[in-house]
Design a protein around this ligand. Structure first.
Ligand SMILES: NC(=O)c1ccc[n+]([C@@H]2O[C@H](COP(=O)([O-])OP(=O)(O)OC[C@H]3O[C@@H](n4cnc5c(N)ncnc54)[C@H](O)[C@@H]3O)[C@@H](O)[C@H]2O)c1
Length: 307
């Protein structure tokens, strides 16, 4: 690429600020503008030494960007992203893509119609342990999986919900833990298994926070072949805990950690699945299995390759 990709940040006072700083260290891309409807966001543009626009329309008219990072609250994603895609810009959308299925469809349709790149910010996939887990699954560590589970037990104080008027409201957020915090772990579970279920049953409740939307959610997923996944997410738990497991006919994979760090913890052996009703003589020769270790902090180390 001869010229760096010019990227505008839309929504600069929250997560957009992280994107803006990250862009400053990138080769091949440059921060070209800050867009925010809040006048105080002008200060971000001054600090980063780029032009400030108070609307997407004004930024598009200036033809100052080839792509945008959209970091406004998700009910506003459609109003920001569709005009950008229609104007020929690529879009990196903060998660979740939208607060409603119809908004999500409108955004995807606009990207397809204009042949632009549309990506959603699911950065958990880039964690070393999760990349390693995906690789191990593709190499057959788990084999034909029949059950998976996800647990996302985190904590958000009442002050967190009170700090932004849009949080914890249907109009402002489109949901609670399921739409705001759990998209990352749900994305990891779907990324690990690589396909969507045919049926989902879920329970969503608000138990411990003063807000309108749910702070606890549990779901059961059923796949075409009968395989199942259970998922749980809440913003009530202390201490926090986050883990995923996937059980198959070759073995079990377990990932655990917290919101900041994820590990493949199995330093000992991965239990081997024994098909039911096999006699002892029919069982394959048991060979010790060790699994790879990876963490977001250290380098990935691979143990013995599973048989
Ligand atoms: N990937 C992650 O880990 C992660 C973490 C936090 C937030 N997010 C996502 O980022 C998005 C923003 O969340 P946040 O916590 O940064 O919100 P925020 O309220 O802190 O900041 C949103 C910014 O957008 C601006 N804004 C709102 N509507 C606008 C509009 N129509 N046009 C221009 N500017 C507008 C606001 O003035 C503010 O500066 C959400 O979709 C959220 O889910 C992702």
């Amino acid at each position: 690429m001869d010229q760096p990709l010019r990227i505008a940040i839309v929504g600069a006072l929250g997560k957009g600020w992280t994107h803006a700083r990250a862009l400053q260290g990138l080769r091949g891309a440059t921060l070209s503008a800050v867009v925010d409807r809040a006048p105080e966001a002008n200060q971000v543009a001054v600090e980063l030494d780029v032009p400030f626009y108070n609307s997407v329309d004004a930024m598009l008219k200036a033809k100052i960007a080839d792509a945008v990072v959209c970091a406004v609250p998700h009910p506003a994603h459609r109003a920001v992203e569709v005009p950008c895609l229609e104007a020929g810009l690529h879009v990196l959308s903060e998660k979740p893509l939208a607060a409603t299925p119809s908004d999500a469809k409108a955004i995807v349709d606009a990207a397809q119609r204009n042949r632009r790149v549309l990506a959603v910010m699911y950065q958990y996939r880039q964690k070393p342990a999760i990349r390693k887990a995906k690789q191990l699954i593709e190499e057959g560590l788990v084999g034909d999986w029949y059950y998976g589970a996800m647990h996302h037990g985190i904590n958000r104080s009442q002050a967190y919900y009170d700090a932004r008027t849009w949080r914890g409201t249907w109009a402002g957020e489109g949901g609670g833990v399921l739409v705001n915090q759990a998209p990352h772990p749900i994305d990891v579970m779907m990324h690990l298994v690589g396909r969507f279920p045919k049926r989902v049953i879920a329970f969503n409740n608000r138990l411990r926070h003063r807000m309108n939307t749910e702070d606890i959610s549990t779901a059961a997923l059923e796949y075409e072949n009968g395989a199942q996944i259970t998922m749980h997410a809440d913003t009530i738990q202390l201490p926090i805990s986050e883990w995923w497991t996937l059980h198959g006919n070759n073995g079990t994979l377990r990932l655990e950690g917290n919101e900041k760090e994820t590990k493949l913890p199995c330093s000992a052996s991965i239990p081997t699945f024994q098909p039911p009703f096999t006699t002892r003589r029919e069982q394959p020769n048991p060979r010790p299995r060790t699994c790879a270790r990876a963490s977001t902090q250290g380098k990935a180390k691979t143990g013995n390759t599973p048989a």
